[in-house]
Design a protein around this ligand. Sequence first.
Ligand code: 4AD
Ligand code: MG
Length: 462
Amino acid sequence: MSPRIKDILAMKADSQEITVQGWVRTKRDSKNVSFLEISDGSCLANLQAVVDQASVKTEETTWERLGTGASVTLTGLLIPSPGKNQAVELQVSILQVLGAAPQDSYPLQKKRHSFEFLREIAHLRPRTNTFAAVARVRNAMSYAIHRFFQERHFFYVHTPIITPGDAEGAGQMFQVTTLPLEQVPLKNGEVDYREDFFGKKAFLAVSGQLEAEIYALAMGRVYTFGPTFRAENSNTSRHLAEFWMIEPEVAFCDIGGNMDLAEDFLKYVFSYVLENCGEDMEFFDRWIEPGIIDTLKTVIDTPFQRITYTEAIEKLTGSGQSFDFPVSWGCDLQSEHEKYLTEAVYNGPVIVTDYPKEIKAFYMKLNKDRRTVRAMDVLVPRLGEIIGGSERESDYEILKTRITELGLKEEDYWWYLELRKFGTAPHAGFGVGFERLIQYVTGMQNIRDVIPFPRTVKNAEF
Ligand code: 4AD
Ligand code: MG
């Protein structure tokens, strides 16, 4: 394999011979010389290749096949560049076009394309600066996330993608079935799920939390990092039907420890990206979200605000601001409220705790007031919620009551209840929406542009 451009650009140019493979970004011709900008995706910067048309060894058809988008193999000497835009350049002696990209039909020409247009060509968009930068940052963040947890002796557990239950109780699940939809087997007028693949109803998981709790109550500290699915009919810039979630779960941990972990986690990932993705972050700072690097630095250096839901409601009602969704104690916080708190009031991340039990999931620990639960949402400017979590109800009787109160079936949660019957322990955890985290770090406005192949309502082309 030939060296990657990222490594080549860091080499000392000593007229050494190298071979490089990549795609032509641009081609500029002067009288006898062609200048090629070559990208291989390894980094944002291109390698400049200078081709002397008279002396280069190549095939006859090369010149008609060489253009933006073509894949090439180039061999030549790496020399210090006389130009001021790059330190080194390749003086090409052998040029081979592997795959041409006809200029009249190749969609990625020089001009800047809209993200909407690029979404329609998801098979080509990683060849643009923005989408390759997003992919590199996404990769670095995945690595940082594993590192953060591994360094702290958390175990990575793989929770199932097909599950029989609705972990969040929000009823937004995709059903998984092998029953013929045109002719479902009926029993007394109802679908007979005994005939289905699993002998009962099954769905794609909305979360791995409940299964992560099983492992946390055996191994102490665990995390999941995998795809989750929500059949939410929300056509927004922050919702996907298939997204990746990171879910740590910690035994012998309360809501305070949970908040500390979430804050440490975010700061670690931001620092990692700033240290390791400098070039890509400068690109985002320049073209996508001016000031993002300074914002992340400030966030790393500043303790997160921590307020209760009740305090949040007071801030919102006392603001004199008029919202589309009116605010009163008991209402769920809408994205406009989360934006107001993080942008207008605190100008940074805010952790909101102790929400009314009615608007949160059944598994959250009930507070002494019996009206609120130990929920915790981390809100950030621009996006609102990026983390949702809680201390879990660890009391068998209270949990059983909550399950019944919410109209859930006790028999569906027998194993979850048994965790509280046998060696129960206080425990807590949270879920980070990976794409929202990437949006926050890169400044990308639409969640569809930070996942390679977005799945949203009425959209699953690739
Ligand atoms: O707040 P949520 O629903 O929490 C849970 O699923 C818990 N089981 C997590 C836990 O305690 N282990 O989702 C967690 C996060 C949200 O804060 C948000 O960032 C993201 O997942 N998220 C979505 N991201 C993209 N598209 C969607 N449709 C999302 N729904 C939630
Ligand atoms: Mg939530």
